[in-house]
Design a protein around this ligand. Structure first.
Ligand code: DGL
Length: 257
């Protein structure tokens, strides 16, 4: 069985990294929809069409499990995709629940794309959990294309983040939720800008653990291809060239220590 990872671009690589740590021997496909990124500033139906095309491709590759390593695509498409395909599909949503349970009562800032933030899925999650209305939402759409250009720390991107967060009094806050996988590349800058007292959380760990649980529960051992973490990378249906693969592998490289 091949595990198909999907994102609009390179954000999901951060989720794949954690998945590889938990399930290093499986065989993976990583599909980035680079022709259509960014999703977060598109209309819902446009994103649905893009995700449909990508899943068509992944299904034809014979995947046995899919991980939508993208909050935006999950919010728009996961319910429909689960109706279409028989293989398990794991989605991601901003980690509101862990933010609320680990928080002592101060405010929570949710950073995501514009589309994720205006989707009913998030609204429903917030209204079911945030009884005291502590949550503030903020879109940082520009970070998506910055990450796509592998611009993780230029002066421009630091300035963008600082400027976007400048109107917020972080003394009132305790948690920041990174609700877009592309934002993970900027967690250090966001942390430094907000202050050390803020805990910056994301859904990567939960998603990778969810994947592991589904593999154990739903997939029988002989179905799993133990191919030592073999990954094939595609960009919108075309296999990636070596230069891009090397950049992605550099992100996936385990950190020392
Ligand atoms: N990585 C995606 C997410 O987690 C969004 C990126 C985009 O706007 O395409 O929401």
């Amino acid at each position: 069985m091949i595990i198909g990872f999907f994102d609009s671009g390179i954000g999901g690589v951060t989720v794949l990294k954690r998945a590889l740590e938990l399930t290093p021997d499986a065989e993976y496909i990583y599909y980035a929809d680079t022709k259509n990124v960014p999703y977060g500033v598109k209309e819902k139906h446009e994103v649905m069409n893009c995700v449909s095309e990508a899943f068509n491709f992944l299904a034809n590759k014979g995947i046995g499990l899919a991980v939508i390593a993208c909050n935006t695509a999950t919010s728009v498409a996961v319910a429909e995709l689960r109706k279409r395909y028989t293989f398990p599909i794991i989605g991601m949503e901003p980690a509101i629940k862990p933010a609320i349970t680990s928080n002592s009562g101060k405010r929570i800032l949710v950073l995501a794309t514009s589309l994720t933030l205006r989707e009913s899925k998030l609204e429903e999650l917030i209204s079911s959990l945030d009884k005291t209305q502590r949550i503030r939402k903020l879109a940082l759409d520009e970070l998506v294309m910055r990450a796509e250009r592998f611009d993780f720390d230029s002066d421009k991107v630091v300035h963008y983040i600082k400027n976007k967060l400048s109107g917020i009094d972080f003394n009132e806050y305790e948690t920041i939720v990174l609700g877009c996988t592309h934002f993970i590349y900027y967690s250090k800058i966001i942390q430094e800008t907000a202050g050390r007292h803020i805990s910056v959380i994301d859904g990567n760990e939960g998603t990778a653990r969810n994947m592991l649980r589904v593999i154990k529960e739903k997939i029988s051992a002989p179905d799993i291809n133990y191919r030592k973490g073999q990954i094939t990378f595609y960009s919108s249906g075309v296999e990636d060239p070596p230069e891009r693969i090397n950049k992605l592998l550099a992100i996936l490289k385990p950190e020392k220590g």
